[in-house]
Design a protein. Structure first.
Length: 57
């Protein structure tokens, strides 16, 4: 297998697992009180979710 294929496969798996972790973090934040600080933190997590989702594609 080509080294490029191996690196891309590893990167893909790391990104997918990171995406699952981000979804878990969002779930924890949404279950609690949605104050201004929590919404700001959730917006930052959503930004990272979008970036990682775009990188997976």
């Amino acid at each position: 297998m080509d080294t490029t294929d191996l690196v891309l496969a590893i990167l893909h798996h790391l990104l997918v697992f990171s995406l699952a972790g981000i979804i878990g973090a969002e779930f924890v934040l949404v279950r609690g009180d949605l104050g201004a600080a929590t919404l700001k933190r959730l917006a930052g997590i959503d930004r990272h979710y979008g970036i990682i989702a775009a990188l997976i594609i």
